[in-house]
Ligand binder design. Structure first.
Ligand code: ZN
Length: 207
């Protein structure tokens, strides 16, 4: 997972449609601005997701954080930890969905909004469709694997039986910077790592 994007703004193109009209009718107009009070709420929850992403970075995981909110309450949260958990599915969003489903006692988590610092991958977007998440708000776009409109649009596919409202670009500078800083420091750590000349398996210190 990587983030290449350097500061380009995609907010307006990411104002997408909730065709099911499940939560907020205003999202049926893809050009509609998010109302100011909702915009402020989005930033508030995204800051919580950012704090979780920082926790991921602190333990050497790609810094992505997620919170799932319903009725103004966090019902699930998580940060990326596939390495620590030895689990390829342990993305921030999956962990938040699992926690929320346990909390509410239902695998469907309707009327909820998922905030995540990086655009969801196909696996996580698929899980959100299964969980019937009503709205998804993300920070930075993922030009390599984003499944909320950048590479795929699984959250609004006509072929699936659920569609979510999507808003992108919320605190995207801070979300993207965290990722860029993480990958930069990891590259530097690899570059500066001592190489054991007796270890023939040691190839070039790059990935
Ligand atoms: Zn994912």
């Amino acid at each position: 997972m990587g983030i290449d994007r350097e500061g380009d703004k995609t907010r307006s193109s990411m104002r997408l449609v909730n065709r099911n009209d499940q939560m907020t009718g205003e999202f049926n107009d893809p050009t509609a601005e998010v109302p100011p009070d909702l915009f402020e709420q989005d930033r508030l929850w995204m800051r919580q997701a950012l704090r979780l992403a920082e926790q991921a970075a602190a333990v050497g995981e790609v810094p992505v954080g997620a919170v799932l909110v319903r009725d103004g309450e966090v019902i699930g949260s998580g940060f990326n930890r596939p390495i620590g958990n030895c689990d390829p599915t342990a993305h921030a969003e999956i962990l938040a969905l699992r926690q929320a489903a346990e909390h509410v006692g239902n695998y469907r988590i309707i009327d909820s909004t998922l905030y995540v610092t990086l655009e969801p991958c196909p696996m996580c977007a698929g899980a959100m469709v299964h969980a019937r998440v009503g709205r998804v708000v993300f920070g930075a776009s993922d030009p390599r694997a984003g499944a909320a409109g950048t590479v795929f649009n699984l959250l609004q596919s006509e072929s699936l039986n659920h569609r979510a409202a999507v808003t992108g670009g919320v605190l995207d500078d801070a979300c993207g910077q965290l990722l860029r800083d993480f990958f930069r420091s990891r590259r530097e750590a690899i570059k500066n790592a001592p190489v054991d000349p007796t270890d023939e398996a040691n190839g070039p210190a790059v990935q």
